[in-house]
Design a protein around this ligand. Structure first.
Ligand code: R1P
Ligand code: URA
Length: 301
């Protein structure tokens, strides 16, 4: 799609109502959203929607698919990887959807507990793991900074646990705190000789500071943080966004094992209905949601 003229530097929305990066506009995105990293995962999941209504790939690599599931509008948004992509997605989606947003991140992770490849992790909370750039000049402080915990929505997380168990996804469903690193390599304690990362002691340091830490990935803390901040002025009103996160263990960090492509696809297929059902059971009504008039689901619900 050709890039259109934006009407503001502060809040760039194009003349046809689309946000600058995600490129959706009102009526294209539902109040219930599953966000994933990998666009291929989004397409596999979309096959289990009851009806496909809308699909758009943005010039910045965001893929939005909207359809109906159990008679209700539901969107799947693939955002790529990392904190900034989550920030773009949450903020630009908030700009175009009226009413409450319920967002489930369905991603992959590396386990730093007993969970093995093929297990499922549900994040009760998440914390940030950020490279401390100053340390690499001055050698003062620590090379990586860990933030405090940000909670997921407990009811939505509970629905995810129940649905993963009911749909028999994975061998185990493990709950705990998830470390949201600002990189896949250095800030997740992956070692090698090409760069100076000073991260040999990072995973033990995480386990000591956050005893409930179970997994590492790259977006959940930003999602939970923005959900809690979705109040306008701090605490001015209840958050308008509720969020939770389910992760498939792709990497077993203590056993140094990685999931097979076949198993990862099988697990995505198996988990899709669990994720959709958790979203729909959590927020079953249409009250106060984005108006259906003018939306891609108008006349379908
Ligand atoms: C790294 O391989 C990516 O996988 C994880 C990380 O958070 C990061 O985005 O999640 P997704 O599989 O959802 O992308
Ligand atoms: N995603 C991550 O961020 N880390 C892993 O180890 C596996 C998936």
């Amino acid at each position: 799609m050709a890039i259109k003229q934006m009407d503001s530097a502060n809040k760039p929305i194009s003349s046809d109502g689309r946000t600058y990066h995600v490129e959706t506009r009102p009526g294209e995105v539902a109040n219930r959203i599953v966000t994933v990293g990998d666009p291929q995962r989004a397409r596999i999941m979309a096959q289990q929607l009851d009806l496909l209504l809308f699909e758009h790939s943005s010039h910045r690599g965001f893929l939005t698919i909207t359809g109906l599931y159990r008679g209700l509008p539901l969107s799947i948004v693939a955002i790529g990887m990392g904190l900034s992509m989550m920030d773009f997605f949450v903020r630009e989606t908030r700009m175009v959807v009226q009413g409450p947003l319920t967002i489930v991140r369905f991603g992959s992770c590396g386990s730093i507990c007993d969970a093995k490849t093929g297990d499922v992790i549900i994040a009760d909370s998440a914390f940030g793991i950020n490279r401390n750039y100053d340390y690499f000049d001055t050698h003062t402080g620590t090379p990586y900074r860990l933030s405090s915990l940000e909670a997921s929505d407990s009811m939505l997380a509970e629905h995810l646990v129940q649905q993963m168990q009911e749909h028999r996804v994975g061998r185990e469903v493990v709950r705990g705190a998830v470390g949201n690193a600002d990189s896949f390599y250095g800030s997740q304690g992956r070692t090698g000789d090409d760069f100076y990362d000073d991260n040999d002691a990072l995973i033990p340091a995480i386990q000591e500071k956050v005893p409930g830490a179970v997994a590492l990935e790259m977006e959940s803390h930003m999602l939970f943080h923005l959900a809690r901040m979705s109040t306008g002025r701090l605490n001015a009103r209840p958050p308008s966004i509720r969020a939770a996160c389910a992760l498939l263990v792709f990497a077993d960090r203590s056993g140094n094992a990685f999931i097979s492509p076949e198993m990862s696809t099988q697990m995505v297929v198996a988990a899709t209905k669990a994720v959709f059902d958790a979203l729909v059971n959590d927020s079953p009504t249409q009250d106060g949601l984005h108006p259906s008039i003018g939306s891609v689901w108008e006349s379908k619900v």
